[in-house]
Design a protein around this ligand. Structure first.
Ligand SMILES: [Fe+2]
Ligand SMILES: [Fe+2]
Length: 250
């Protein structure tokens, strides 16, 4: 992809800052949600109900509908990290990619936005697997590995940001190399590769993309369960419940 060096440097720096912010957010969350702390217990009012730890809905978080949709999770749980997903999908749309590819970009870092960063491609794929075409979840899974491997055919280089963050001598773990080897000749390789292409240069601090822009694509390609995500007894329901109620004691 032809990009001015200054813009590339800017987006890389922004990505580092965003990742740092995300990282801080996760740490903050884990501290905030450490509900064994007596003061916090009082603060959120459990003690008035004879309850020592939080179970179920968290009064500190935005209230979710009884039958939450993917859109609800974006609006009520994934902010502010959702802009990365929304801008990636927006760029994919501008680049004329298919609806499935746009959805893959929209969901590629869903685990980071709502859950966890480590092995996020795998967590994210598992989270969406019951609800999307296999091509989408497969691509989300392997983007974890593909981001480390250049593909000159689409102008994708090893990210300078990774050199900055992990060091020039960072060595990939064997499972990442194995994943790439399995993926590189796969029929859906280019769908996953498009996640990387629309990921790297997709940050614009002046651009606010709304999830509503993708309502139609979600409607056509994300099988929203009638009972609501988390209530539907799929292999991933527990993950959606955890996103909804991350501090529930059990
Ligand atoms: Fe990612
Ligand atoms: Fe990303």
């Amino acid at each position: 992809m032809a990009t001015k060096p200054s813009l590339a440097a800017f987006t890389e720096q922004l990505e580092i800052e965003q990742m740092e912010q995300l990282g801080n957010r996760v740490v903050t969350k884990s501290l905030l949600y450490h509900l064994a702390d007596g003061e916090q217990t009082t603060e959120v009012g459990f003690s008035t109900r004879g309850q020592q730890v939080l179970m179920g809905e968290d009064p500190r978080l935005p209230k979710m509908p009884d039958k939450p949709t993917l859109m609800d999770f974006f609006k009520l749980r994934f902010a502010p990290a959702q802009q990365h997903l929304l801008q990636s999908a927006n760029l994919a749309q501008k680049n004329g990619l298919s609806e499935k590819e746009v959805l893959a970009c929209l969901l590629h870092d869903i685990a980071v936005a709502g859950f966890i960063r480590s092995d996020h491609g795998y967590w994210g794929a598992q989270l969406i697997e019951p609800y999307v075409d296999e091509e989408v979840s497969w691509s989300v899974r392997v983007h974890q590995a593909l981001r480390f491997f250049p593909d000159e055919s689409v102008g994708y280089e090893y990210p300078q940001a990774y050199i900055n963050m992990f060091g020039a001598d960072y060595e990939l773990e064997p499972y990442i190399v194995d994943e790439y080897e399995r993926a590189k000749d796969h029929k859906w390789y280019m769908t996953a590769r498009m996640i990387c292409v629309n990921d790297l240069y997709s940050f614009d601090p002046d651009l606010i993309v709304e999830i509503d822009q993708f309502e139609d694509i979600i409607g056509r390609h994300f099988k929203q369960p009638a009972e609501g995500l988390g209530n539907d007894n799929s292999p991933a329901s527990h993950m959606w419940r955890t996103l909804r109620r991350p501090a529930s004691a059990l």
